[in-house]
Design a protein around this ligand. Structure first.
Ligand code: AMP
Ligand code: MN
Ligand code: MN
Ligand code: MN
Length: 285
């Protein structure tokens, strides 16, 4: 399969911090002309069976997916897994442990927001949560918009919930080695998600890419809704330099919030090896 495939291998459903069901996403992807789809909820594979069944009924080829939160060099990094066995015990148990600290973290976030003059944020955020094990900053952001504190969720992440701002609670997630190993042992391919989003020094970024490869990681997102076009060029070069396959995904969360819709990104640059070329055996038709 060529680079010129409308693959969308990164998006979120109500099983994490998206607002659409797996079925609604499958339908939206099909209508948008997506030719290969993966649902990649944060730290959660409970939506995979529904996504696969919905994709099949739409005639949409499907890869299993997940987006795992890890801590690397003091920052949160996301590792996408594609084409794994969603029932794999090591993966499922690892993800369950990764999700474990979210409830406590959410209560601490709420306390800090209350001190900043915004009471009731935990209860407010809960109204938006589709999966009780997966309360996320996105759910708090939706509540802060509802409460009139900010006019949209982008403003929330500029003024709150991020390092140095009210409502930010540092959290220790899984390690890079854990995430890559869980994905790989479950038969899947690990991908560094939206690398331009991290605030690493060049040395730290080099360490992320080389340690990721050392653990068996094989891919990097190049064309993503979280990158600017200039960043597609930079990470296409990084993919070549590190011998990594390239992935493409909108990171779609919601029709009201997401800048880039399912299937709406440019194609991968032609000189790259697309991740789907390495995953052809893992695609569900
Ligand atoms: P959490 O996993 O609870 O730390 O929440 C992370 C989620 O918050 C991400 O997956 C995004 O959906 C959202 N998010 C984080 N930072 C930003 C940002 N700067 N702008 C918009 N959304 C963000
Ligand atoms: Mn998210
Ligand atoms: Mn992410
Ligand atoms: Mn994402």
């Amino acid at each position: 399969m060529a680079s010129y495939l409308n693959a969308d291998l990164h998006c979120h459903s109500v099983a994490s911090d998206g607002t659409l069901t797996p079925e609604a996403l499958a339908q939206r992807a099909k209508l948008a002309g997506v030719e290969l789809w993966a649902l990649t909820d944060h730290d959660e594979v409970s939506g995979q069976q529904r996504a696969m069944a919905a994709a099949r009924s739409q005639g949409l080829p499907y890869l299993t997916g997940v987006e795992i939160s890890i801590t690397f060099a003091g920052q949160t990094v996301h590792i996408v897994g594609l084409g794994f066995d969603a029932a794999d015990t090591l993966l499922v148990e690892g993800l369950r442990q990764t999700r474990g600290g979210r409830g406590e973290r959410a209560r601490e976030m709420s306390e800090q927001l209350a001190q900043a003059g915004i009471p009731g944020a935990y209860e407010g955020a809960l109204k938006y949560v589709g999966n009780p094990e997966l309360i996320s900053r996105t759910h708090f952001a939706r509540y802060l918009v509802e409460a009139g504190v900010c006019s949209d969720t982008n403003e929330v992440f500029r003024r709150f919930l991020t390092e140095g701002k009210p409502g930010y609670i540092p959290h220790r997630w899984a390690t890079l080695g854990d995430a890559v190993t869980w994905i790989t042992r479950a038969g899947g391919l690990a991908v560094i998600a939206h690398p331009a989003r991290y605030k690493f020094t060049p040395n730290e970024e080099y360490a992320l890419f080389s340690e990721f490869k050392h653990h068996g990681g094989l891919g990097v997102e190049v064309v993503t809704g979280s990158h600017l076009p200039s960043e597609y060029v930079k990470y296409a070069e990084m993919a070549m330099e590190f011998g990594l396959a390239a992935s493409r995904g909108s990171d779609f969360h919601s029709p009201d919030e997401s800048r880039i819709d399912l299937g709406a990104l440019p194609y991968l640059p032609g000189q790259l090896t697309p991740v789907w070329e390495l995953l052809s055996e893992r695609i569900h038709h």
